[in-house]
Design a protein around this ligand. Structure first.
Ligand SMILES: NC(=O)c1ccc[n+]([C@@H]2O[C@H](COP(=O)([O-])OP(=O)(O)OC[C@H]3O[C@@H](n4cnc5c(N)ncnc54)[C@H](OP(=O)(O)O)[C@@H]3O)[C@@H](O)[C@H]2O)c1
Length: 212
């Protein structure tokens, strides 16, 4: 599958690296091919392609958005028409001051992304944990039980594609419903950050699902 990344920092670089390892063709949609983040991503995995954003998105079936939330508008607006019909995996989180929801919980960040690119098939995923868990999703000692990746989106077939990518990266994908569920996922992110980084539990924990 052809996959493009808008943003290859803490989150984008390990996801791009691991998806390329799975055999996908992964391109960095680079606004600046010489940026430190692009160079770091390439030193992690020299097999990543570096392309101009329009070119990278045009040939991609799935696009990952992994910029700071404040950058979603400048990052997406020039790409609006090429994103028509594409699966857009929204990895961003609107985090406000003192670990509050950056949009005052009035609307989710992912719905805001969808408003910017109305014809993209937005799926929220890869948000509820710190990037350390995207570098390494392995939690040995739990038998068949795998860490969950909660996803949300309005387009069922797009969620199926993203669920398959989650499986490939070692996660148990769980469909939480429509894109409006992203608001709850964004609050889960705040919970995770608070526990991991404020309370000092550390980044090495994730959620799992038990069901009967
Ligand atoms: N950090 C985490 O643990 C974590 C976990 C889950 C989700 N998230 C969310 O994931 C997103 C990325 O976080 P991060 O920690 O990976 O950030 P980061 O390390 O700062 O990387 C940000 C990336 O976004 C790119 N970027 C910034 N402004 C841009 C613009 N206007 N147009 C295009 N690209 C732009 C940067 O490109 P350049 O190469 O040009 O600098 C860089 O590659 C955030 O929304 C964050 O809330 C973070």
């Amino acid at each position: 599958m052809n996959i493009a990344f808008i943003g290859v920092g803490n989150v984008g670089a390990p996801l791009a690296d691991r998806l390329q390892d799975q055999g996908h063709t992964v391109a960095i949609a680079a606004r600046d091919p010489q940026s430190q983040k692009v160079r770091d991503a390439l030193s992690r995995n020299p097999n990543l392609l570096v392309q101009a954003p329009l070119e990278a998105i045009e040939s991609a079936e799935v696009v990952f958005l992994a910029t700071p939330f404040a950058a979603i508008e400048p990052a997406l607006t020039p790409l609006k028409s090429v994103l028509d019909g594409k699966i857009l995996v929204d990895c961003t989180n609107p985090v406000g001051a003192n670990l509050t929801h950056g949009l005052q919980s009035q609307i989710s960040g992912s719905e805001t992304v969808q408003q910017l690119v109305p014809n993209a098939r937005v799926v929220k995923a890869f948000t509820i944990y710190g990037y350390e868990n995207f570098e390494d999703s392995n939690y040995p000692g739990y038998g068949e039980l795998k860490p969950v990746m909660l996803v949300a989106g309005n387009d069922f077939s797009a969620k199926e594609v993203v669920a398959d990518l989650c499986h490939q990266l070692g996660w148990e994908p769980i469909d939480t419903g429509n894109l409006s569920m992203s608001l709850h996922l964004e609050h889960m992110t705040l919970l995770w950050i608070n526990m991991a980084r404020v309370q000092g539990r550390g980044a090495g924990f994730v959620w799992a699902m038990l069901q009967r």
